[in-house]
Write a protein that binds this ligand. Sequence first.
Ligand code: GLA
Length: 384
Amino acid sequence: MSDKKHLIEEFQRHFGASPTVYAKAPGRINLIGEHTDYNNGFVLPAGIDFSTQVVLSQRSDNNVTVVAQSMDSHDRFTLDNISKQTPRDHWSNYVRGIFWVLQQHGFSISGCDLLIVGDIPMGTGLSSSASLEVCLLQALSLANHLDLPPTTMATLGQQAENQFVGCNCGIMDQFICANAQQGHALLIDCQHLSSASAVVPEPLAIVIVNSRVKRGLVDSEYNLRRQQCEQACQILCVSSLREADLAMLEAAQHKMPELIYRRARHVISENARTLALKNALETSEISQISTLMAESHASMRDDFEITHPAIDTLVDIIASTIGQHGGARMTGGGFGGCVVALVPTPLLPTVKNKLAEQYFLQTGLHEEVYLCQPSQGVQGELLA
Ligand code: GLA
């Protein structure tokens, strides 16, 4: 990853002047709590050491020029009329959406030249888009003296993604990109937007394994899961699944289609597992961590149906290698992407070897393994 000095030189090369603002935001992994955020529930993510960095300088007109170096691409638009690019998930819509959302909230923003560099593997469920949104908000907040607090940046990023880009995501990704703490995961209460830190106990390393499965149908399936959760709420007469428990669900089972019952069972049980994992981390109960992560994966696979056969294979290989000495589950929105595993450090080489031996044989895919350090949330500074 480029350091700040290199980024400044690159900016000078592209724009012939020096940048005045620098910002950096991490990607994220989620240890547990999947598809619970938009149900007002609990999640337990951490920032990771892959990140997005931005440098910018303001212009005297209303134009924005963006160089996205890691994508070898650029974009130019005017703040007088911010239009959408096609396709919907074009990288520049995440940039345009941030300017758009700031305008919607009445902030006065000047035009600027922007250089973006990132090393978060895209489309792997590690939140490259939320990281970009929050990074940009931090840079624009500094450049335009908006003084936006981290949680405000998170909600603005989510609004840009919901209302401009058109993806109906919850708050987890933007919240953790904005508020992550070095060396910690955060238990986030998505209803009250509050958080408490948690530490992964010493013998365990956080390992991310990229399945290299190309994610398909993510948006339509994601939105469908949201609708199914809303349907469950109507039948249970609650405003969110956060308010329901398993006893309520059992009592109402006869009133709901079996599919809706299973969707709700995932969310309700996942909320309980998330709170339980926070406790198990605190008390270093490693076999409990192992059980909770295994149950979370099974619930995503069988009840919420968001995993993928290759992802299930990855989890099985890791779980059979580490037994009750650590845990493994899919992380993120699903339908491909990455697995997060908490692996005892001495077993890391064995896990890597087993994956190299078995994953390709079983799936025809080559995994990628990253060791992850929980990293700080968004940071920025004015450059001299
Ligand atoms: C995606 C969304 C998040 C969250 C996760 C699933 O990452 O952006 O809001 O819903 O999926 O937990």
